[in-house]
Design a protein around this ligand. Structure first.
Ligand code: THU
Length: 131
């Protein structure tokens, strides 16, 4: 198993998801080579819950990195887990369109896509530069 998979699986195991019972883990390899992970953290006030990707991104920024080399997301699902719309935008902030997004199953199977493929036409910093 890759270091990224192992980190995401450990986060998956620690997920706090008593309401949906749907655990998600995410792990980011930053351009620096450092690995950061996060899990979903739900709340009894449902909209206050946070996704695994958001947790991993927060850990990365707090660790001093702002460039994602690759991100792996894992869940216990027959379908390939896929980042929600809001998390796609959060990932894009620290990525280029070809940044790999690796979707993983608990058995170690993975499917690779990219942030540009799952968020085509994403809103990025170039729009603000026009203003
Ligand atoms: N979830 C994530 O953590 N990441 C995703 O990309 C999809 C959904 C979480 C949010 C919630 O805690 C649970 O999965 C069910 O939606």
């Amino acid at each position: 198993m890759s270091e990224l998979f192992t980190a995401a699986k450990a986060a998956f195991d620690r997920a706090y998801a008593p309401y949906s019972k749907f655990h998600v883990g995410a792990a980011i390899r930053a351009k620096s080579g450092r690995v950061y992970s996060g899990c979903n953290v739900e709340n009894v006030a449902y909209p206050e819950g946070t996704c695994a990707e958001a947790g991993a991104i927060a850990a990365m920024v707090n660790g001093g990195d702002t460039e994602i080399a690759e991100i792996l997301v894992i869940a216990d699902s027959d379908q390939w887990i896929t980042p929600c719309g809001g998390c796609r935008q959060k990932i894009l902030e620290f990525s280029t369109p070809d940044t790999p997004v690796i979707l993983a199953r608990l058995n170690g199977e993975t499917h690779e896509t990219s942030i540009g493929k799952i968020l085509p036409g994403g809103f990025d910093k170039s729009y603000l530069a026009e203003g």
